[in-house]
Ligand binder design. Structure first.
Ligand code: SF4
Length: 280
């Protein structure tokens, strides 16, 4: 029996498929829950603080106000399983918040938020290209002084090495394609702001890069279809396994793929039960 196709592709799914086909399957097809991680939750918090900052009037976007935004975002996040699941003690929570404050402080070394003209924050975009549904969340869409579109993506991990940089820039081209198809305009610039370093990686989308990402997405979708048809998603052990939350299911770590099948089938049966009309 073939595996069901994922509903869409996003930059993170493309990156996951490229890194390890089996991890992609567990996440995008079996939809296994992943345990929260300190790094990912800290990223969520800093993104939420910057979202709040850019909802303020330009002259209010100061470093001091960003810390208030962070405290407000942290108060909201504390009730969420992504944070409570970390089970941080008081000392670990203080260190977690201090690192988030430090990332915000370094953000201010990259740009002056009082000069930015955002037209969309945490923008959810979705479009069909060549029969493939593409989805992405743009952290910030803005207009420059000439009225051109700029896409900004915040990164709270370290800037990538040369090989990973190409992969990250493929994600950038993905966002550019989404904008072009939805707004009929190609962004003049797409920038990745690596807060930890701090470092900005800036790319100018072109006809060539747009055609390249379309070809790449079509090839990845074909590979996903083939792998689903054959139920053949292979593990690709690497240093990334250190951060993978699916080891219990991964044969490379003595795990059992059948557990992932069972989880997916159970969820599917639950959905079918919920969809059936109640008998009178
Ligand atoms: S543990 Fe490594 S090889 Fe296994 S699914 Fe995760 S990333 Fe892939």
């Amino acid at each position: 029996m073939a595996l069901p196709l994922p509903l869409s592709l996003s930059p993170s799914k493309v990156s996951s498929f490229t890194d390890c086909g089996l991890a992609f399957r567990f996440s995008a097809i079996d939809r296994l829950p992943e345990p929260p991680s300190v790094a990912a939750t800290r990223g969520t918090l800093v993104h939420a603080a910057l979202e709040r900052l850019f909802c303020l009037e330009p002259h209010e976007r100061t470093h001091e106000r960003s810390l208030v935004c962070l405290e407000d975002a942290a108060a909201e996040l504390r009730a969420h399983p992504e944070f409570s699941g970390l089970e941080l003690d008081a000392e670990a929570e203080a260190a977690f918040l201090e690192e988030a404050r430090s990332l915000l402080e370094r953000y201010f070394r990259l740009e002056d938020p009082t000069t930015i003209t955002p037209i969309g924050i945490e923008l959810k975009l979705e479009v069909e290209v060549g029969g493939v549904r593409l989805r992405g969340i743009i952290d910030r869409l803005e207009l420059d002084a000439d009225g051109e579109l700029i896409v900004t993506d915040y990164k709270t991990g370290r800037a990538p090495g040369e090989r990973q940089e190409q992969q990250r820039l493929a994600g950038v081209a993905f966002y550019s394609l989404l904008c072009e198809r939805l707004f009929g305009r190609r962004p003049a610039k797409v920038q990745l702001l690596y807060l930890a370093d701090p470092l900005a990686i800036i790319s100018t989308p072109t006809d060539r890069s747009t055609r390249g990402v379309e070809r790449k997405l079509a090839a990845i979708w074909m590979a996903v279809e083939r792998a689903c048809e054959r139920e053949d998603f292979r593990p690709n052990p690497s240093r990334l396994c250190d951060w993978c939350g699916f080891k219990a299911y991964c044969p490379s770590f003595g795990g059992d793929i059948a557990l992932a099948d069972a989880y997916r089938i159970d969820r599917e049966l639950e959905r079918q039960d919920a969809a059936e009309p109640a008998l009178a």
